[in-house]
Design a binder for this molecule. Structure first.
Ligand SMILES: C[S@@+](CC[C@H](N)C(=O)[O-])C[C@H]1O[C@@H](n2cnc3c(N)ncnc32)[C@H](O)[C@@H]1O
Length: 178
């Protein structure tokens, strides 16, 4: 049985659609530069689908929507990314994502790692640096549910060619302020 993320509501759909719009604009910048390699990195990727809670006064009900990973994989116009790297620490969720990608996007170059995002951000930074910061340009999406993102991981990306979206969970930040 494949596991799936359960969280969010209507705002989750807005979130993924805003990300999709940004990704298309990012890809537009490079649409006439086919030799420029583009990498998409998602540090908290989830299972590919999300069961969101419906806003209704009646019994609790859920609706399944596409997660950010699937939304981005579906983008082929103005061009697609050349490589996709997904990190999801929960092994069951990572396995579901891999199953979905293998069946729906067999021709895209994807790596799915059941691992900690911070380690993989540091790995990404080494990879981008090893290319002299030129071969790949990256778009990164960091969407934690809590305070898992470490400053040292972010710092490792300093000076590298990456546009990074970080969604900051304000509930966790507020708790820490106290
Ligand atoms: C808010 S959800 C991300 C949802 C995803 N962006 C989507 O659109 O479906 C956060 C995910 O991060 C995973 N996670 C939690 N801690 C992690 C860590 N240290 N490294 C990588 N993934 C982690 C959780 O299992 C969860 O699936």
């Amino acid at each position: 049985m494949l596991e799936r993320n359960h969280f969010g509501g209507n705002w989750t759909e807005h979130k993924t659609s805003i990300l999709e719009t940004y990704a298309k604009q990012f890809l537009t910048v490079f649409k006439n530069q086919p030799r420029q390699k583009l990498l998409y990195f998602d540090g908290f990727a989830g299972s590919g689908d999300i069961d969101i809670k419906e806003e209704t006064d009646e019994e609790e009900s859920f609706r399944t929507i596409e997660g950010a990973a699937v939304k981005i994989l579906k983008v082929d116009t103005p061009r697609a990314f050349d490589m996709y790297y997904f990190v999801e620490k929960n092994k069951g969720l990572a396995k579901s994502l891999k199953t979905k990608i293998d069946s729906e996007f067999p021709n895209k170059q994807c790596f799915i790692q059941a691992s900690d995002c911070n380690e993989k951000i540091k790995g990404l930074s080494k990879f981008l640096r090893s290319q002299g910061g030129k071969t790949y340009k990256a778009l990164g999406f960091i969407d934690p549910k809590g305070m898992q993102l470490e400053w040292s991981a972010l710092e490792s990306l300093k000076g590298l060619p990456i546009d990074l979206w970080i969604l900051n969970p304000t509930s966790g930040a507020n708790r820490l302020l106290a």
